[in-house]
Write a protein that binds this ligand. Sequence first.
Ligand SMILES: Nc1nc2c(c(=O)[nH]1)N[C@H]1C(S)=C(S)[C@@H](COP(=O)(O)O)O[C@H]1N2
Ligand SMILES: [Mo]
Length: 199
Amino acid sequence: MAIFSPGFRGRARGADDRLPPGQYLTEDFPVLSAGPTPRIAPERWSFTVTDETGAETTWSRAEFLALPQEQPHVDIHCVTRWSKLDTDWTGVSLDTLLGAVETQAEYALVYSYGGYTTNLPLDDLLDGKAWVAHRYGGAELDPEHGGPARLLVPHLYFWKSAKWVRGIRLLDRDEQGFWEAAGYHDYGDPWREQRYRDD
Ligand SMILES: Nc1nc2c(c(=O)[nH]1)N[C@H]1C(S)=C(S)[C@@H](COP(=O)(O)O)O[C@H]1N2
Ligand SMILES: [Mo]
């Protein structure tokens, strides 16, 4: 049982409470990429949702920018043990993008320009938990960090936040992505330290 000091209720939630087990805080923004940075001209970027029947919905960059924009302020946690607090992004909620799509699917496979993939339950993309982000810290997202646009799913380890995101396939059955097939955890909850397959 926790022991509370008299001042506890009035205190803001400290950085320690925001750091998942086994993580350390970093102030800079490391770049982690499994391959070279694909260079995608923003005007050639598009985003496609493919449902379980194969039907596609595609947004051009201009159509995507005309959708309602949100400004998530979130903490991010990489499986290599760095965490970064209070990051600021601009992007479109997956609720907005998937709201246009009728589906019975329970799984999603996210895919990127350059070939990277990552999987997650569809529910983890909904209810304000995920965005396709195109700005970071008040500027266009750097190519090294996934520009023109990346997935942002801050409640899971950051390998789920696919850089250079190109689309999402909605699936009836779970299909592993790049790191998941290489032995990383299928779900990747940093608060439960789900780093590798059997964690
Ligand atoms: N397309 C793509 N997305 C990716 C990766 C990658 O190699 N390719 N690496 C993942 C991993 S392991 C992490 S920790 C974050 C790193 O994002 P950053 O380079 O912006 O810090 O991107 C994730 N998304
Ligand atoms: Mo990572």
